[in-house]
Design a protein around this ligand. Structure first.
Ligand SMILES: Cc1cc2nc3c(=O)[nH]c(=O)nc-3n(C[C@H](O)[C@H](O)[C@H](O)COP(=O)(O)OP(=O)(O)OC[C@H]3O[C@@H](n4cnc5c(N)ncnc54)[C@H](O)[C@@H]3O)c2cc1C
Length: 456
């Protein structure tokens, strides 16, 4: 089903995405090593288990060592996936953002499933009952139950709707999906039990045995941290203002003690004490105040965000966890294009607030909305444009200016887009269309940055 988009344009899905990705090169080093995480996953999760499986069982006949390699790879990747889901500090820098962490996590889930399936099938096909009788039946049974549970959980995460049937728009509600996804930690513990007690055809002193026991310990610790880490990660805040803007509910918060550490462009998970608002949801911090106060600008896109508009009041308490994300324009070089569509404006508002008159960058921001009434924080964006000579703001109102496209984007810029980095936050189809058309016309920005506004 097509949904009314943020700038009055129709898009196929409600959720808009925003993700950082280096198109050609990164402009400057800011502690982000986007390839490091993926390289580590390949070395630690695939190459090492395969090599250690070969060392432990390469001398055995038949398919023994590939079967062990497949099982060891699936298990190590599961441990890595639990680490990636635990929101540990530094992990997002290795993947260039938490959204990227979750994207890799999702694809690893499919790889794990494939390895586990092949491990099981090849073993049964080649060794049959002969080896089955020699190993712990319980460990085998636990692994089988865990495997089928994993198949179910991974598939519902991967295909949130029925694949290839765009007309079926119902998807598993996020809360139910989140609770069910937690069971993957229990699946991991079941597989750890299997790997520990199954009678393996290699020595207990083989390096592989130590490696897998280490993976079990790391995965279990990560699972515990992901379930209970919020006890130390969440900070208490008080709601000091709730403003009902036509396009968003603007919520101001002050820390009740030590607040979270956020930068303009970061996002945080927030939940409120008001009835029905107890589930943490991610929102970009649209204002970072010097006293530690923060602001969220929240568009009513679903049950929670619509309910919040009426249910939240001044004096309510909030629990905030963050800040996360690597969507920070200071690594964008001397010329930058910022394109915001609808509520995708939130990181740009926080950035614009922090621009100073002496900043050397030349920045052109284009804000796509249906009409001026829909503009969130227009006063602050205009104040930034007056205060900072290098910052220009262009409003694109689709009601009067028509559809926003690559040609209009280029025409608004006071410099060549090929010299600039491109920062986008808005619906994914809009971004994909712009980038495709820019490429087709040979006007490719130096780098493209966006961040996924969806984790599943
Ligand atoms: C990094 C990030 C930053 C965001 N910043 C903003 C912002 O500044 N302003 C804004 O209005 N919106 C923002 N969003 C989107 C916002 O989180 C969703 O619109 C909101 O959670 C939807 O909840 P709902 O129950 O109202 O809608 P639903 O219709 O229930 O959910 C719509 C979609 O939102 C996602 N979602 C729902 N609940 C959760 C949850 N608890 N945790 C994670 N994802 C969930 C799911 O993908 C779901 O398919 C951001 C999202 C992300 C990931």
């Amino acid at each position: 089903m097509q949904q009314k988009g943020f700038a009055g344009i129709r898009f196929p899905s409600l959720s808009y995405t925003c993700r950082s990705r280096l198109l050609e090169r990164s402009d400057s080093f800011d502690g982000t090593l986007p390839l490091l995480g993926k390289i580590l996953v390949i070395i630690v999760g695939i190459l090492l288990p395969v090599a250690l499986a070969f060392a432990a069982a390469g001398h055995l006949p038949g398919t023994t060592w590939p079967v062990i390699a497949l099982g060891a790879t699936a298990f190590t990747l599961m441990a890595i996936n639990l680490v990636m889901a635990a929101r540990l500090p530094g992990i997002d820098a290795m993947f260039d953002g938490l959204d990227q962490v979750y994207w890799v996590h999702k694809w690893l889930g499919m790889l794990i499933l494939t390895c586990a399936f092949l491990h099981q099938q090849i073993k049964i096909a080649t060794d049959g009952l002969q080896v089955m009788a020699a190993i712990s039946e319980l460990a085998i049974q636990v692994a089988e139950i865990s495997f089928y549970l994993m198949v179910f959980l991974v598939l519902i995460s991967f295909f949130k709707r029925v694949p290839k049937m765009p007309k079926i728009t119902w998807e598993i509600p996020y809360g139910i999906w989140r609770q069910s996804h937690r069971l993957l930690g229990v699946v991991f513990l079941g597989i750890a039990f299997h790997q520990f007690f199954v009678k393996a055809p290699f020595d207990n002193n083989a390096l592989l045995a130590y490696y897998l026991n280490g993976a079990a310990a790391v995965g279990a610790a990560a699972f515990l941290w992901s379930q209970f880490g919020f006890l130390v990660r969440r900070r208490a805040y008080k709601v000091t203002a709730v403003t009902k803007h036509p396009a968003a509910t603007i919520v101001d918060l002050e820390p009740a003690g030590r607040g979270v550490s956020v930068r303009p462009g970061s996002f945080a998970f927030v939940k409120f004490s008001a009835k029905g608002l107890g589930e943490p949801h991610p929102f970009t911090v649209s204002q970072v105040r010097p006293n530690g106060g923060i602001q969220f600008s929240i568009r009513g896109l679903g049950d929670y965000t619509r309910h919040l508009r009426d249910a939240l009041s001044v004096g309510d308490t909030a629990k905030v966890e963050g800040g996360y994300g690597r969507f920070h324009h200071h690594r964008g070089g001397p010329k930058q294009v910022w394109v915001a569509a609808g509520i995708g404006v939130t990181p740009f508002i926080a950035w614009a607030d922090h621009l100073k008159p002496g900043d050397a960058e030349q920045i052109c921001m284009i804000y796509c909305i249906r009409n001026e009434a829909e503009g969130v924080a227009l006063d602050r964006l205009r104040a930034a444009a007056e205060r900072v000579p290098g910052f220009t703001l262009k409003l694109h109102c689709s009601d009067t200016d028509g559809r926003f496209d690559a040609a209009k984007l280029v025409s608004y810029l006071p410099f060549e887009i090929a010299q600039a980095s491109f920062w986008f936050c808005g619906p994914a189809p809009m971004r994909e269309g712009l980038v495709k058309d820019l490429k087709a016309s040979g006007k490719v920005p130096r780098a493209i940055h966006f961040e996924r506004f969806e984790f599943r």
